[in-house]
Each structure stands twice: as structure tokens, then as C-alpha cells.
Design a protein around this ligand. Structure first.
Ligand SMILES: [Zn+2]
Length: 82
């Protein structure tokens, strides 16, 4: 209870929701939108690659960088045999 709360939790939750909403508005499915939000927080190598119908879509404006674009293209997964 007292003194054990983590002050960053709410802020990170708000950012997470904002990223999910932005991806869904850009045409991504809810599952991949959540993966992208996790990837932004913990690293895109730590999450699943986009599903076949989302792979190749562009990350939404404001959340597009080298890491997210590489993930969006399906290039960022070590287990990908191609
Ligand atoms: Zn998807």
C-alpha cells in the first residue's frame, strides 16, 4: 500500500493506449496494435512480428521510426528464416 506504488505506471498506460489507438487508426488490427505498443515500451525484438494482413503497413504518424518501420515490415524478427 503505502510507498509501494510506481509513479510511472499511469503515464506508461496512457502512452500505451495512445500508441494502440494510433496504430488502429492507421489500419492495424487490435492485436498488432498492442504488439506495437509493447514493442515501443520493451523493444520490438521482444514482441511478435505483425500478422500477415498487417505486415507491410506503415506505422502511424508520430510513432514511425527506424525500429517501428523495420518491425512493421517484418524484418525485425530473428526467427524469420527469410
Ligand atoms: Zn495484425
Amino acid at each position: 500500500m503505502a510507498g509501494s506504488s510506481r509513479p510511472e505506471t499511469l503515464n506508461q498506460a496512457e502512452i500505451f493506449d495512445a500508441v494502440v489507438a494510433a496504430y488502429m487508426a492507421a489500419g492495424w488490427c487490435p492485436i498488432c496494435s498492442a504488439q506495437a505498443a509493447f514493442g515501443r515500451q520493451i523493444g520490438f525484438r521482444q514482441v511478435q512480428p505483425p500478422c500477415p494482413s498487417c505486415r507491410g503497413l506503415q506505422p502511424p504518424h508520430g510513432f514511425s521510426n527506424d525500429r517501428s518501420r523495420s518491425w512493421a515490415a517484418g524484418k525485425d524478427h530473428k526467427d524469420d528464416p527469410s
